[in-house]
Ligand binder design. Structure first.
Ligand code: HPA
Length: 275
C-alpha cells in the first residue's frame, strides 16, 4: 500500500533534480488525442520526456507525444501532460492514473483534462466542443479498487458535482464571449479499443450519454480521490448516431481533433488565465 507513496516520492525527487528547483504547480493539464498543441502556448517551458521519468509509463499511441511540460499560462504555474496512457494499451489502471498522483504531489489544485470523443447527441457536429458536465464510468473497472491509502484520499470518495460547477460556468462564459460552439453534456467512458456497435451507441444514448471516449474517466476518478478540482472538455471528432452510422477511422478522428485544436486551446488558455 505504501509502495505507491514511495514511488511517487522517487518520481518527485527526479523531477526536482531534473528541473534544478522545486516546481510550483497550480494547474495540471492532460492533453488528449490530437490536442497536444496547447503545450506550445506555455511560456518559460521546460519539458521532461516520459521515458526518462522513473515509474512513468511510456506512451505508445499515435497522436500522443510523451512529455511532461512545465511552465506558465498567464500568472499560473502549469504542468501539461502531452500524451496520456490508456487502459486499452495494456497498462494497469494504477499506471494510467500515476501522472495524476504525481501532479497532485507537485501541488496541483486543479486538473484540466481534454479528450477526443464520439458524439451521440443528434445536435452535435464534428469539431464541436463539449464541456463535461458529468460522466458515466462504463469501463467496468475502477482505479481505486484495492487497499486504500488514506493519506492519498478517502476509501469512499464522494462524486457529487465531480466536474467543478464554477469552472464549467466560467468556460461557458468564455465560449459565449469567444463565439465558440460548445455544448454541455455527459461523457461515457469505455475501455476501447474498438469503436462501438450501433446497438451500443443506441444504449449509451438511452442511458443519457452525449459523448463516448476511451480515456478521462480513470484519471478523473483518481483526481477526485486526491482532492483536485476537475475541468473536462471533449472535442467531438465523429458523429455516432446509430441510425446513420458510417465506418470511421482513427486518422479522421485525429484530423478533426487537430482542426478543432485552436478553439480548444483558446478556451483552455483563457480559462486558466481567469481562474
Ligand atoms: N468511440 C467512438 N468514437 C470516438 C471515440 C470512441 O471511443 N473516441 C473518439 N471518437
Amino acid at each position: 500500500m505504501h509502495e505507491l507513496k514511495t514511488k511517487i516520492e522517487d518520481t518527485i525527487k527526479f523531477i526536482k533534480d531534473e528541473l534544478k528547483e522545486v516546481p510550483k504547480i497550480d494547474i495540471a493539464i492532460i492533453l488528449g488525442t490530437g490536442l497536444g498543441n496547447l503545450a506550445e502556448k506555455i511560456k518559460d517551458k521546460r519539458g521532461i520526456e516520459y521515458w526518462k521519468i522513473p515509474n512513468f509509463p511510456v506512451s505508445t499511441v499515435k497522436g500522443h507525444k510523451g512529455e511532461l511540460v512545465f511552465g506558465k499560462i498567464g500568472d499560473k504555474n502549469v504542468v501539461a501532460m502531452e500524451g496520456r496512457f490508456h487502459y486499452y494499451e495494456g497498462y494497469p489502471l494504477d499506471q494510467v492514473t500515476y501522472p495524476v498522483r504525481v501532479v497532485k504531489a507537485l501541488g496541483a489544485k486543479i486538473l484540466v483534462v481534454s479528450n477526443a470523443a464520439g458524439g451521440m447527441n443528434p445536435g452535435y457536429k464534428p469539431g464541436d466542443l463539449m464541456v463535461i458536465a458529468d460522466h458515466i464510468n462504463f469501463t467496468g473497472v475502477n482505479p481505486l479498487i484495492g487497499p486504500n491509502d488514506e493519506s492519498l484520499g478517502p476509501r469512499f470518495p464522494d462524486f457529487c458535482d465531480l466536474y467543478d460547477p464554477k469552472l464549467i460556468a466560467l468556460a461557458e462564459e468564455i465560449a459565449k464571449e469567444e463565439k465558440i460552439r460548445m455544448h454541455k453534456g455527459i461523457y461515457i467512458g469505455v475501455t476501447g479499443p474498438n469503436l462501438e456497435t450501433r446497438a451500443e451507441y443506441k444504449f449509451f444514448q438511452m442511458i443519457g450519454a452525449d459523448a463516448v471516449g476511451m480515456s478521462t474517466v480513470p484519471e478523473v476518478v483518481v483526481a477526485r480521490h486526491a482532492g483536485l478540482r476537475i475541468f473536462g472538455i471533449s472535442v467531438i471528432t465523429d458523429v455516432c448516431l446509430p441510425e446513420t452510422l458510417k465506418p470511421c477511422n482513427i486518422d479522421e478522428i485525429i484530423k478533426t481533433a487537430n482542426e478543432a485544436e485552436p478553439k480548444l486551446t483558446k478556451l483552455i488558455h483563457t480559462l486558466i488565465e481567469r481562474i
